[in-house]
Design a binder for this molecule. Structure first.
Ligand SMILES: [Fe+2]
Length: 381
């Protein structure tokens, strides 16, 4: 698996502005030359398969599913990280922002201090050079959680962080503006009796506002002082977008309404939506559909969210659902645009001088399939 890539030939190369049949040469992990037609020497014969830039994923909490494979079961953290990494790489993702949640919810949700064990396992795998994809950290801060600032501060003291998002899942606003949707979501997730969930909703609404007011500026300052890009989460109203703009937010994760997405886009904030939302035809929380934003020209980035394997199919599917979007444009939403939004200018597109993060994609009858993956010219899957 440690073979270095030198030449790919006979490929449908998805360039930033067009698809070209030809070849790509790689030297020292970077794209050295791109040619049309027959290659100057023999390389890996793609037999006409697509060559895409490696995908860049900004928001996946899928690591938790490997670490907590069943309720109350904890898997060995290093084993969980390795299994997760393999799934990420096999999904065509060469740069992933592992989303780790800081701040225990009032209902005990989230990993609490076990977050540090997972971060330690990621650090161990990285130091040993065992990762297939490149892993970065996206710290997801649940603003109204009592320990949100404390946990985030502790994390930042110990581990590198490349993206910070500010979340507030208090029922009655943002993702759960419709309280009934929160009830259905939380009831399914927790299995708790209805009366207990109603009490929990009332308790969250009673205490969260004051906590958010105190914690939010402190969390913004943690990011600002370290120059870490900031993301907003579930922006719903124009007031919330104005707050994001004032806080210097670069990326809007999952805006929930057309008006908030339009305002984010107009104010230069990169708009990201979930690939599962696109593939399923709508949001599981009943919010705006990714396809609607794409049709309006307001969709910038797709994220696999809770299904790593959704990212590649979502790019291909987008061109069918919204025919005005070309394949190179759709691929940019899962590669160069998320890279740029987080300050990564060395990757995300098939351009001379960029990192050779490359994937081979075969279009089967049902779905595009990832067949080979290279990360900085090194075979990763
Ligand atoms: Fe959310």
């Amino acid at each position: 698996m440690n073979d270095q890539l030198h030449l790919i030939e006979n490929a449908a190369i998805v360039l930033p502005d067009r698809i070209q049949h030809g070849w790509v040469a790689v030297v020292d992990g970077k794209i050295a030359e791109i040619g049309e037609g027959k290659a100057p020497e023999r390389g890996i014969d793609f037999a006409g398969d697509y060559l895409l830039p490696g995908l860049v994923e900004l928001h996946t909490d899928h690591l938790e599913a490997h670490y907590v494979p069943r309720p109350k079961v904890r898997w060995n953290p290093v084993g969980a990280v390795l299994a997760y990494d393999a799934q990420i790489a096999a999904s065509g993702i060469t740069t992933v922002f592992d989303s780790l949640r800081a701040g225990a919810d009032v209902d005990g949700g989230g990993l609490g201090t076990e977050l540090m064990e997972l971060a330690g396992a990621i650090d161990t795998v990285r130091r040993q050079g065992l990762f297939r994809a490149e892993h970065r950290t996206h710290l997801r801060c649940e603003i109204p959680a009592p320990d949100a600032v404390e946990m985030s501060t502790l994390f930042l003291e110990r581990y590198p962080v490349d993206l910070i998002s500010l979340m507030d899942h208090t029922p009655g606003q943002r993702q759960f503006r419709d309280i009934d949707k929160y009830f259905i979501y939380y009831s399914g997730k927790s299995g708790k009796p209805d009366a207990e969930i109603h009490a929990l909703i009332a308790e969250k609404q009673r205490v969260n506002g004051a906590r958010s007011d105190a914690n939010r500026p402190a969390l913004v300052e943690l990011a600002r002082a370290r120059g870490i890009p900031l993301a907003s989460h579930d922006d719903t109203t124009l007031d919330e977008v104005a707050q994001s703009v004032a806080e210097g937010v670069a990326l809007a994760e999952f805006p929930t309404t057309l008006e908030s997405a339009r305002e984010c886009h107009a104010r230069g904030i990169t708009v990201m939506m979930g690939a599962p939302n696109l593939m399923r035809g709508g949001s599981h929380s009943g919010n705006i559909a990714a396809k609607t934003l794409a049709r309006e020209g307001l969709l910038d980035v797709l994220s696999s969210d809770y299904v790593p394997g959704s990212l590649l199919p979502s790019a291909f599917s987008l061109t069918e659902r919204v025919p005005t979007i070309s394949l190179p444009q759709a691929v940019a939403m899962v590669s160069s645009t998320p890279a740029r939004a987080t300050g990564l200018t060395d990757r995300g597109e098939i351009v001379t001088g960029k990192r050779a993060d490359l994937i081979r994609v075969k279009q089967s009858e049902e779905t595009p399939v990832v067949r080979q993956v290279w990360c900085a010219g090194q075979r990763a899957a």
